[in-house]
Design a protein around this ligand. Structure first.
Ligand SMILES: Cc1cc2nc3c(=O)[nH]c(=O)nc-3n(C[C@H](O)[C@H](O)[C@H](O)COP(=O)(O)OP(=O)(O)OC[C@H]3O[C@@H](n4cnc5c(N)ncnc54)[C@H](O)[C@@H]3O)c2cc1C
Length: 379
């Protein structure tokens, strides 16, 4: 593995960093307080190619690799986790699923629109009663000649209301049997397909999270992604890549919190000294810096394997598990370093603290990551 950041990755990171500082940073707290989902930002990111980072150029994307994708998510999340989460869900879940499992016609139809953010993408696996146990889903797709009829509710779906197109996994076989789920791509505006309740969240408040509801929604068989019965396997494959993006999101949040705390520790004086001169504080910073770098190395390893087309289920789960726990720990310590000021909305660390917790939950909780890692190491 090469540890050097390539010139290309550096340039792409700089583009994302400049954009985040200029267009996102000034509005972070306003969007957080109002839970506004700033659609326009994603359109602008689309113009820069950052909504189709991994999409090949022939389909209108930037044609970049997981190294650049990791850098983009980190730079944006360092400024605002909510925007980072939405960019990640759009790129690696919805778009990633169509890239991996769509046929040529589906790729030509959807990827150029997703890559430019003309379309915003959603991806629906989770349901009210089936999160970690996603394979036990209740949403069904029943064949009706050349079409399918979808019924059921997905929840916690990023862009559930605003998304123009959703990849949805539905049950097409008997409950608790193997190969009983199939993936479909459904367009907003299809009768019987609607967004539902929007969640009022602890953090990631500018990222839209909502239900999607299917009520006798008829779609053509041309909307099916891959083979009947292959949906769950596809979803797990998509999540392998998605977990790299949640690791990147976690590292971005951790770096944002760490850098704010590092600066504050030099500026804040108590007992006539900067608080960074106290070992109790400097050791916290040492731990934070070390754990962020370790998370970065695990994530780079998963990126490297993904780029080389090798199996990386274990490494992606390790990166996601470790980086997300680091994000929560670093953000918590950052609030501690800021003392009482860290507990207010006048300083950025309380938001990092709230946003970080999503990272240990979304795209598989830490417990689920440990199940995946344990299965891999025991196999
Ligand atoms: C902001 C946000 C955005 C999201 N975006 C999307 C999206 O775009 N698309 C999508 O499909 N989903 C999305 N999700 C859903 C997310 O993936 C689920 O919340 C997550 O998988 C956990 O499922 P759950 O919430 O139902 O928790 P549960 O599965 O009910 O888990 C509850 C607790 O039990 C633990 N647990 C469960 N099973 C086991 C076990 N066997 N062993 C040990 N512990 C266990 C869990 O780790 C957790 O601590 C999103 C969630 C959030 C909060």
């Amino acid at each position: 593995m090469n540890f050097e950041v390539s010139e290309l990755t550096g340039q792409v990171a700089a583009t994302a960093r400049d954009f985040a500082n200029q267009y996102i940073r000034p509005h972070v707290m306003e969007w957080d307080e109002s839970q506004e989902f700033p659609l326009q930002i994603f359109k602008q990111l689309g113009e820069l190619g950052l909504m189709g980072v991994l999409v090949p150029e022939e389909y209108g994307g930037a044609g970049l690799s997981y190294y650049e994708y990791n850098a983009v998510i980190q730079e944006i999340s360092k400024v605002c986790g909510s925007i980072g989460l939405s960019v990640a869900a759009h790129n690696s879940l919805c778009t990633g699923h169509i890239m991996l499992f769509g046929n040529e016609e589906q790729k030509k139809k959807y990827l150029p629109k997703l890559a430019t953010a003309e379309f915003l993408g959603a991806w629906g696996l989770t349901e009210p009663n089936t999160g970690s146990d996603a394979g036990n889903m209740k949403t069904t797709a029943v064949r009706d000649g050349d079409s399918w009829i979808l019924n059921g509710t997905k929840n916690w779906i990023t862009h559930g209301i605003t998304g123009n197109v959703a990849v949805v996994i539905a049950r097409t076989g008997e409950p608790r049997t193997s190969s009983n789920c199939t993936a479909f791509v459904v367009e907003r505006g299809t009768p019987g397909f609607a967004g539902g309740k929007k969640e009022n969240k602890l953090g990631m408040r500018a990222s839209e999270t909502a239900e999607i509801i299917f009520d006798n929604c008829h779609i053509s068989d041309a909307q099916r992604l891959g083979e009947v019965g292959d949906g769950f396997r596809q979803a797990m494959k998509v999540l392998d890549g998605g977990r790299i993006s949640i690791a990147a999101l976690s590292i971005g949040i951790a770096r944002g919190a760490y850098e704010a705390a590092l600066q504050y520790s030099k500026d804040r004086h108590q007992f006539d000294k900067p608080i960074s001169s106290f070992q109790g504080i400097s050791f916290k910073l040492a731990d934070m810096a070390t754990e962020i770098e370790a998370a970065e190395l695990l994530t780079q390893q998963a990126c490297d394997l993904k780029i080389r087309g090798e199996k990386m289920t274990r490494q992606a789960a390790m990166a996601k598990y470790y980086a997300s726990e680091v994000a929560v720990k670093v953000a918590t310590e950052a609030v501690q370093i800021f003392g009482g000021y860290g507990y207010t909305k006048d300083f950025p660390v309380e938001k990092f603290y709230r946003d970080s917790k999503l990272c240990t939950i979304g795209e598989g909780t830490s417990e689920v990551q440990k199940m995946v890692i344990a299965r891999e190491v025991l196999s």
